[in-house]
Design a protein around this ligand. Structure first.
Ligand code: KIV
Length: 293
């Protein structure tokens, strides 16, 4: 019997930053994705609210609900042993008050088994993060492009491109660190700005479209595997083109069922000849009895 891998201790992430060892995070939304990510050696799995788009088919992230996120998080937790599982708090689950934020963070840990939670933004989110950490749940922050407030940011745009906006991002990240966040995602931020933030924080930064100076990187599972189709942000690197393979495989299946090529002998079950003969006799007898009324 193989011994399950031990969970990566959370303080190890800060140690990795200190040792200048890169931290790897990827999103996943189900058990197979979590297993593949774990076997590849990732340190953290984010059950991102990008699920709204890549799994549930919405055009943005705001529509996904707490119950949907809890369900998806549970499927990942069921399969992930060593990686830290991050439950992404959906829009509406922490905006109203610190109390509601704490209540929903507790649901992530208690009902879905998440190790930690993530929330977006600074401003009021700083107080939410502090309250959740105060309740004993570790929090990952997220600044820069925060998709839940994309409308207010003027769309899915790079953030911090003026000295003033960049200085605000530095302040936001410092405030989140001070509130107790154990790591901070920097999304769509110019690399030199992300480097400044990374230098000033003692907790790790995890970049997505924020350059190589971040302490770690995160990408969306469907994007890096080529399961997402259509336009992708410039920060995505595709490591595979699985949507093509899936399309080819499904088209081949459809064609083979229609032509009768599938299933073949090897895909079917047999019955001993004598049992088949008995079956035929029995069926004949039933038909005979039926005809005689
Ligand atoms: O929801 C998500 O997948 C995220 C990443 C893009 C960081 O927040």
């Amino acid at each position: 019997m193989s011994v399950p891998a031990a969970k990566l201790p959370l303080p190890e992430l800060a140690e990795m930053k200190r040792r200048d060892e890169k931290i790897v995070m990827v999103t996943a939304y189900d058990a197979p994705g979590a297993r593949f990510a774990e076997d590849a050696g990732v340190d953290m799995i984010l059950v991102g609210d990008t699920a709204a788009m890549v799994v549930l088919g919405h055009s943005g992230t705001v529509a996904v609900t707490m119950d949907e996120m809890l369900f998806l998080t549970r499927t990942v937790v069921n399969a992930a042993r060593r990686p830290i599982v991050v439950g992404d708090m959906p829009f509406g689950s922490y905006q109203v008050s610190d109390e509601e934020a704490v209540r929903n963070a507790i649901r992530f840990v208690k009902e879905a088994g998440a190790d930690v939670v993530k929330l977006e933004g600074a401003g009021p989110s700083v107080s939410r993060a502090r309250a959740i950490v105060g309740a004993g749940i570790a929090v990952m922050g997220h600044v820069g492009l925060t998709p839940q407030s994309a409308t207010m940011l003027g769309g899915f745009k790079t953030q911090g491109r003026t000295a003033r906006a960049a200085a605000k991002l530095v302040d936001d990240a410092l405030e989140l660190e001070e509130a107790g966040c154990f790591a901070i995602v920097l999304e769509a931020v110019p690399s030199p700005v992300a480097a400044e933030i990374t230098k000033r924080l003692s907790v790790p930064t995890i970049g997505i479209g924020a350059g190589a100076a971040c302490d770690g990187q995160v990408l969306v599972y469907h994007d890096l595997l080529g399961l997402s189709e259509g336009h992708l942000p410039r920060f995505v690197k595709r490591y595979a083109n699985l949507s093509l393979e899936i399309r080819d495989a499904l088209a081949a299946y459809v064609a083979e069922v229609r032509s009768g090529e599938f299933p073949e002998e090897q895909h079917t079950y047999s019955i001993p000849e004598e049992e088949l003969a008995l079956l035929r006799d029995a069926v004949q007898q039933v038909e005979h009895d039926h005809e005689r009324g």
